[in-house]
Write a protein that binds this ligand. Structure first.
Ligand code: ADP
Ligand code: MG
Length: 613
């Protein structure tokens, strides 16, 4: 057994015997901790994994609590019927709020959570049927197999069973296709789109998941406390939940439990101690908590679990899945177009950034099975051209055709899913995910499993296929042995190779590579050239920007040269090398009569060798 598993077993045993060793007050506190942990768990997923901060989770707790309280008290329904309806309403509310606010960037998203958190809490206090500020009392307890769970000791086991299942669910999700996409969110929307995923939908998924966990907590809260009123669901409560997640550690699922315990135990202590010093206890409590929050953010960003993990030399990333690639049937592959067929056509592409014309009326074609190089001095517009043809950035004017279809204005994610995979000049990897997960992200668009399937481990067959595919791609770039290391530990040049493996995991028809050899050593470059030739032999088409002329000239079938945003010339390497305009562009001189080709070549290589760095 791993150390992690021992930890889990110890926690389960401790939780199982705890009620026997504690008084009624202690058990009630543990119940509150369990309920708080559910909300904090959602925040670990939403904020810790997804990077979206919410100051409004208590509103979701409230929606579910009020729904089930009202249904069971006023309508006389069983709490067990209240649960699905409470979750449904919470989920729908989260979908609506998320759809409206999750596209907001920067600080606007957290600010908006305060806004809706406040308004929902206000709503509870103003609806006649919900008892306004007095709330709803005499909420019935949950009954299980005819046994009423009105005693804190009885409901304790239900609460902690649900906490355990929720942690397991989230743990499974993190090790799956949707979980990798969620962990990829911090790499930015462009990274996700390049593997065929939609960052907005991934964030919405996390938002709804977090809301449903808060909803589950709300249901338990209503029936364990037997009473609901607006105060426990206001923004102050939301901040307390966020404090739990931060104190426990946003980087770890266990942080939710540890944080809930730490905050609630501390809150109790503060409530016991403060009255000794001041009579204005309530107000000072908020001040004490705010101070603690600030101290935490300054001195222990990783929270308690971050500290524990460092101490035990462990990493945040979930333990690697057991791999059985031998049994996995390979993922289905695309049929590649016939060699020589027109694969990509760029017509009169223009891109303006304000007054600057980065790409100026460029047209060219790529045929299936070729390697085409796009070269030109720094700032010539090559990367911008790549952004235009992959759909990463919109064109000012012009047209792109891919596989016989017009893809002008088509979202990057859809272009990727049609078989165009790319790498980036400025590497976009998730440094704290391991190599294997980074590559597996590339297979996102080829696979289907969603959160529910992943959480319930119904995705294991597909997951094994993804892992087998990813390992095979890692093998191709010679990094299979390091599959479980963190991507951030690789040198920059090798990270570029990892991006290629990720692109290949998408089973591309066209591979678009922006300076893949930059930062590689001589032998590594050689290995990369061999890999690209092998891919060409397998029928993959490649479009490549590269500054190392020696590398490019030996590799490509055709070259397109750009300078100051315009296409200068196009042709086979030897012809391009001999072209006086190309030499002039590279040497920065005015167009002069062509020097002998043999003399020009070395100059070209050195000039761009330097520029590549
Ligand atoms: P290359 O990849 O050939 O070195 P780029 O395509 O990166 O060149 O850049 C072409 C020109 O466009 C440069 O002058 C660069 O400063 C400018 N440029 C690129 N991206 C942007 C942007 N997002 N906003 C403004 N200018 C840009
Ligand atoms: Mg560039």
């Amino acid at each position: 057994m791993t150390r992690r598993m021992w930890g889990v077993v110890a926690a389960v045993v401790a939780l199982a015997v705890a009620p026997a060793l504690m008084g009624r007050f202690g058990v009630s506190l543990l119940n509150d901790i369990g309920i708080g942990a559910l909300v904090a768990l959602g925040l670990v997923m939403l904020t810790g994994v997804g990077g979206a901060t919410s100051f409004g989770q208590a509103a979701f707790v409230g929606i579910a609590a009020y729904t089930s309280a009202w249904l069971s008290t006023v309508q006389g329904w069983s709490p067990w019927l209240g649960l699905p309806l409470a979750l449904l309403l919470t989920g729908v509310a989260a979908l609506a709020i998320g759809a409206l606010t999750l596209r907001l960037g920067g600080h606007f998203l957290p600010l908006s959570t305060i806004a809706w958190g406040l308004s929902i809490a206000l709503l509870f206090g103003n609806i006649e049927a919900l008892g306004r500020h007095t709330g709803i009392s005499n909420v019935p307890p949950i009954a299980l197999f005819g046994v009423s769970l009105s005693d804190p000791r009885a409901v304790y086991y239900l609460i902690w069973l649900l906490v355990g299942l929720a942690v397991l669910f989230c743990h499974n999700v993190l090790q799956s296709r949707p979980g990798r996409a969620a962990r990829g969110l911090r790499g930015g929307a462009i990274l996700l789109a390049s593997v065929g995923a939609d960052a907005f939908r991934v964030r919405l998924m996390l938002f709804v998941l977090a809301a449903l966990l808060a909803g589950l907590a709300g249901w338990l809260y209503a029936h364990a406390n037997r009473f609901v009123s607006p105060a426990p669901f206001d923004v102050r409560a939301s901040i307390e939940y966020l404090l739990m997640a931060v104190a426990g550690g946003l980087g770890h699922l266990g942080g939710a439990l540890v944080g809930a315990a730490a905050v609630l135990v501390m809150k109790n202590a503060v409530q016991d101690v403060l009255p000794i010093f001041t009579s204005a206890g309530g107000r000072f409590e908020a001040v004490v908590f705010a101070l603690l929050f600030i101290l935490l953010l300054h001195h222990a960003r990783g929270g308690v679990m971050g500290w524990v993990m460092r101490w035990t030399h462990k990493r945040m990333a979930p333990a690697p899945v057991s791999l059985s690639p031998a049994q996995a049937a390979p993922l289905p592959r695309r049929t590649l177009p016939v060699r020589g067929e027109r694969l990509l056509a760029v017509h009169n592409a223009v891109k303006r950034f304000g007054g600057l014309v980065a790409v100026n009326d460029v047209s060219f074609e790529v045929r299936a099975g070729e390697i085409v190089g796009l070269i030109g001095p720094n700032g010539a517009g090559k990367s911008t051209m790549f952004n235009l043809l992959t759909g990463t950035a919109p064109m000012t004017s012009g047209r792109v055709e891919f596989l016989g279809q017009d893809i002008t204005g088509v979202a990057q994610r859809r272009v990727a899913n049609r078989g165009m995979a790319r790498t980036f000049q400025h590497v976009k990897l998730r440094p704290n995910m391991n190599l294997l997960d980074n590559v597996a992200l590339g297979a996102h668009g080829r696979t289907r499993s969603g959160v529910l399937a992943a959480g319930l481990r119904l995705d294991r067959r597909e997951e094994a296929q993804i892992m087998a595919e990813s390992l095979a791609q890692l093998e191709r770039i010679g990094l299979r042995e390091r599959a479980h290391e963190l991507a951030g530990s690789l040198p920059l040049g090798t990270q570029r190779l990892l991006e290629i493996a990720r692109a290949l995991a998408g089973d591309p028809v066209l591979l678009v590579l922006d300076e893949p050899a930059a930062g590689l050593r001589r032998q590594e470059k050689q290995a990369l050239a061999d890999l690209l030739r092998k891919l060409r032999a397998d029928g993959v088409t490649i479009l490549i920007v590269e500054h190392d002329m020696d590398f490019v000239m030996k590799l490509v079938d055709r070259l397109v040269v750009m300078n100051f945003g315009s296409k200068l010339v196009e042709g086979v390497p030897a012809a391009v090398r001999a072209d006086p305009m190309v030499q002039a562009a590279y040497l920065g001189a005015a167009v002069e009569p062509a020097p002998a080709a043999a003399d020009a070549a070395p100059a070209l290589a050195t000039e761009n060798g330097a520029a590549g760095r």
